[in-house]
Design a protein around this ligand. Structure first.
Ligand code: F0G
Length: 380
């Protein structure tokens, strides 16, 4: 009997994009096979829009811990371990803490996570706790946590794995590579939620590198580029569109804001750390920022679930809310190819989902007649 040829096993973004990442040949890679997330073409929502467009969603909720953070965390923890770190630390609105906990567990080092008390989704907290992180709830918000983490890292032997760690953005830029590899081109527009502003900066770096260029957002390309010369894979880069919740919209206000509030707790951030990089991405690409109220965010989260079968968390839905609005207002023209990053899975935040769901949960007797009646009464 002929033996089947063994396929090479996918082993994460560092192995896949090693030539594009600052990783030494002998480095031990800490990976959970992150990346290779699906790029799903929306079928039903575009039909309701005034202009014919192609909208693709990069479903980053399908990473190992349910968010895009894993792309950055594999790089940050790999480098931390290489440098001999025995503990990592982060401030988080939830997803970074879940990811840090997972990669620390994988590496066999400790993770300390600072989270705003009462303001992180249950699924995220459960992940950090299960994976053995030391969870430190602070009576403050993410911005307070970030300030404390920076201070404590000067006084204790812990490596910061927030996106101010340059290795984080390096890992996250691989999502742009995947999109181009799959589409065979860059999209015309790239829409994504903006909180701490690392991800928009990372995507811009990724697209720029694939266009044979270097950006300010790449900490490894400043004086002498670690990668040397690149041949361009793409001739044009997308316009980067960043969306924020109205209650936490420093890029719309033009300055840092205090007292943030939004149902999209993942992006409840008033003092984004990658402020300059995100502005550079927006300006260099010819993009813009826009904001959405909580009811608008939740409406689009539900729309994606009901019309496309895709369940993302509230913060992620803002990317599609932005695309829809910009198409309706004509800022995104007919014929455009649009990519939206769905940054996190809907299962991260079941409370918010159940609270706003209008789907009937029927209670009936355990009898054929009752079940049949429930079906016939509720046919679409
Ligand atoms: N979407 C989700 C689901 C997030 O968790 C975050 C950030 C963002 C979008 C915004 O990305 O910060 O790169 O602009 N979450 C961080 C955390 C802050 O702690 O999990 P960004």
């Amino acid at each position: 009997m002929a033996t089947k040829k063994k396929q090479s096993v996918y082993s994460g973004i560092i192995s896949k994009y090693r030539d594009w990442l600052p990783v030494k040949a002998d480095t031990r890679i800490i990976s959970l096979c992150e990346g290779r997330t699906p790029l799903i073409k929306l079928e039903n929502i575009p039909k309701t829009l005034p202009a014919p467009v192609e909208i693709y969603v990069k479903f980053e909720g399908l990473n190992p811990t349910g968010s895009f953070k894993d792309r950055g965390m594999t790089m940050a923890v790999t480098q931390a371990v290489r440098e001999g770190a025995r503990a990592i630390i982060c401030a988080s609105t939830g997803n970074t803490s879940a990811s840090a906990a997972a990669y620390a567990a994988r590496a066999g080092i400790a993770a300390f996570v600072l989270i705003p008390e009462g303001k992180i989704a249950l699924g995220k907290l459960a992940q950090a706790m299960m994976k053995g992180a030391v969870v430190i709830q602070i009576q403050g918000n993410f911005d307070d946590g970030m300030r404390l983490v920076k201070e404590v890292a000067k006084a204790a032997p812990v490596t910061i794995v927030n996106s101010i760690n340059p290795y984080r953005l390096q890992g996250q830029k691989t999502a742009a590579f995947e999109i181009v590899d799959e589409l065979g081109r860059a999209p015309d527009f790239h829409c994504l939620p903006v909180g701490n502003a690392g991800n928009i900066s990372a995507y811009w770096t990724g697209y720029s590198e694939y266009a044979g260029m270097h950006t300010k957002a790449c900490a490894f390309c400043t004086d002498s580029c670690v990668y040397g010369d690149r041949t361009a894979h793409i001739s044009q880069r997308p316009k980067m569109l960043g969306y924020q919740a109205s209650g936490a919209a420093p890029f719309l206000r033009g300055h840092m804001v205090d007292n943030t509030e939004t149902v999209a707790t993942a992006i409840r951030i008033g003092h984004p750390q990658s402020w300059d990089l995100a502005w550079a991405a927006s300006r260099e690409s010819g993009g813009w920022f826009a904001e959405f109220s909580d009811p608008e965010i939740l409406r689009v989260q539900k729309l994606l679930a009901e019309r496309e079968g895709i369940f993302c968390e509230p913060a992620s839905a803002i990317a599609v809310a932005g695309a829809i609005q910009d198409i309706e207002q004509g800022r995104i023209p007919a014929g455009s190819v649009i990519a939206c990053t769905l940054t996190g899975h809907g299962l991260k935040d079941p409370d918010t989902a159940i609270k706003q769901s209008s789907a009937p949960v029927l209670k009936v007797d355990a009898k054929l007649e009752s079940v049949k009646k429930a079906i016939l009464d509720n046919m679409k």
